[in-house]
Design a protein around this ligand. Sequence first.
Ligand code: ADP
Ligand code: TYD
Length: 207
Amino acid sequence: MSAGKGKFITFEGIDGAGKSTHIATVVEFLRARGRAVISTREPGGTPLGEKLRELLLHEAIYPETEALLMFAARREHLARVIEPALARGAWVVCDRFSDATYAYQGGGRGMDRARLSSLERWTHGHLQPDLTFLFDLPPNVAGGRIARQGRALDKFEREDAGFHRRVREAYLERAASAPDRICVVDAGRSLEEIGKMIEEIVVARCS
Ligand code: ADP
Ligand code: TYD
């Protein structure tokens, strides 16, 4: 990979699809090639964002408030972490970003997409990820993976099958509307196959 400016790469998909696993791999891959990389997440990534995450993942919140809090946490994250990192030439690898709001608050909760789009423009009209990996998997398969982890579920993971199906569909709609940015990954393939594909795409698209 040639030296150059930092890139903003996001990972998306329903819970249990494999994002966290592959973020760790791609961060290691980039660092081994001499890149300065920060690995961060949403909601979260700043002290305020992590406090909001705690509320968002565990409290019952009215859907519109939930969407506004996601964007509030995002604005803080952009201003304090993402934009400064990109400005100094670092790469930013982020576990979820605005596509998740379209999927969960738009698809899952049924919020109007035009409202989300105006909040998105307000929050980061000037900036989009350079590349997004969407991990696509049937919700029952992802649910099985989470169940095998044997951990406590958060508020979103406890939602019913219909919610997770709508989230998946909304993600696929997003991918169809931004095919140059969003790369759909068949998350049912092996860890090795997925890892190799991601590395090839990162090298091809971000060099
Ligand atoms: P996410 O961050 O998308 O919620 P994780 O990376 O935490 O998902 O993965 C959820 C579980 O599924 C973990 O136990 C992980 O080891 C397992 N897993 C991830 N990718 C695969 C895969 N391709 N095949 C089988 N199991 C996987
Ligand atoms: P996530 O970081 O994926 O959890 P884990 O640590 O278990 O892998 O969890 C964040 C949750 O927040 C996830 O269920 C999706 C949800 N979410 C939204 O609903 N809207 C958003 O805009 C974002 C960024 C996340």
